[in-house]
Design a protein around this ligand. Structure first.
Ligand code: ADP
Length: 358
């Protein structure tokens, strides 16, 4: 039998779909470095995020497809990743950030900062390069949650971000003296946030997670406008009375034409030691918000006192209790957020597929 050619291999791989992006691996330019030596085939699959939960099935389907080509004796696949860039950041000079993801909420106290911190750390744990910008200028508590006390000394003209759990962090809380009141007016907010982008020595980041102020007031609005956001997630509680606030928060991003990556329901339930489950804050709010506004539902995060303990002691729960249901759920949400960013960047459309998972 004659030896396979590169064209034969690519033709076979063009039948393998990327399950999240709904296009084939060849069209998505995910097949790289094809090498053929007699019947031995080697290639690299370049995933669109290191936080890809489907890497195993993509690899085995690609292997099966390549093995089915006549003359192929063995297939060796290297899995790698390269996060796409939706181009929104490109207009900014000297900014090396591929995607900025806002975390917003309709009101305070729903766990927006907690989610921001754990999403950032979970993405970094998967191997992505991640930054975390605390833009919640009224209550900048990211430094406490990340266990950061001060910024490292600047190396040049620019501010060097702090680093914890492999995440680069900047916060107004690190730039002003503790206890000093933070009083902001619109134009100041705008220039502060621009400085957070251009005057901070970020490394080449795949994802910048931005913790926005809660609600839809002036601060949230001007910050969301000042940043070239690739997408936004909305954190809400399960209780139906939060629905109106959360809907307003979500509509703010829609009006600014920021793609909504999805809704996250926090403090969804409490698992009791006797095995029963208590809906402390009601139920169904997150799914209802997602359905009502036609955006994806990204998942539920249960209540666990270790979340608060971790937040207060500077050790996010995905680090302190990585096997807890809360951490598992936060990691799954981080994977979905990364997938939605890839869809938004490569799909060429702001219309994200809606898939409601209960
Ligand atoms: P926001 O940023 O929306 O104001 P925070 O992230 O600061 O909210 O969370 C408010 C409080 O609730 C914090 O003390 C935090 O530790 C706690 N918290 C958040 N999510 C959970 C959870 N899933 N289980 C238990 N406590 C939580």
């Amino acid at each position: 039998m004659s030896n396979p050619t590169k064209e034969n291999i690519l033709a076979a791989l063009s039948k393998v779909q990327e399950p999240e992006l709904h296009k084939d691996l060849v069209t998505l330019n995910m097949i790289r470095d094809v090498e053929i030596d007699g019947g031995k085939v080697k290639f690299t699959i370049m995933l669109t995020t290191p936080a890809c939960p489907l890497r195993g099935s993509i690899e085995s389907e690609a292997k099966q497809a390549a093995m089915s080509v006549g003359g192929v004796e063995s297939v060796e696949i290297k899995m790698s990743s390269e996060v796409p860039n939706d181009g929104r950041m490109r207009g900014l000079v000297n900014v090396t950030i591929k995607n900025a993801i806002a975390v917003g909420s309709g009101k305070g106290g729903v766990g927006k900062s907690t989610v921001s911190v754990n999403l950032a750390v979970a993405l970094a744990q998967s191997g992505a390069r991640v930054g975390l910008m605390d833009a919640d200028i009224y209550g900048p508590n990211i430094p406490t949650m990340m266990g950061i006390e001060k910024l490292p000394p600047p190396k040049g003209e620019k501010i060097t971000p702090a680093k914890a759990y492999d995440v680069e962090v900047i916060s107004m809380g690190l730039l002003v003296k503790p206890g000093q009141p933070l009083i902001w007016r619109g134009p100041m907010l705008n220039s502060a946030i621009r400085q957070f982008l251009s005057d901070v020595e970020w490394s080449d980041l795949d994802y910048l997670i931005v913790d926005l102020p809660p609600g839809t007031g002036d601060a949230a609005l001007s910050l969301a406008q000042a940043l070239p956001l690739s997408g936004a997630v909305i954190v809400t509680l399960p209780q139906l009375v939060s629905l109106e606030d959360a809907t307003r928060g979500l509509m703010m991003f829609k009006q600014l034409e920021v793609p909504i990556l999805g809704v996250i329901e926090n403090m969804s339930y409490l698992d009791l030691p006797d095995g029963t489950r208590m809906d402390i804050f009601g139920s169904g709010g997150g799914v209802q918000l997602a359905l009502g506004t036609q955006v994806p539902f990204l998942g539920k995060i249960p209540i666990d006192q270790n979340v608060r303990i971790g937040g207060d002691s500077g050790k996010p729960i995905v680090v302190s209790h990585p096997d807890s249901p809360v951490a598992v759920s936060l990691r799954e949400i981080a994977e979905k957020v990364a997938a939605q960013i890839s869809v938004a960047a490569l799909g060429g459309s702001n219309e994200l597929p809606i898939n409601i998972v209960e």
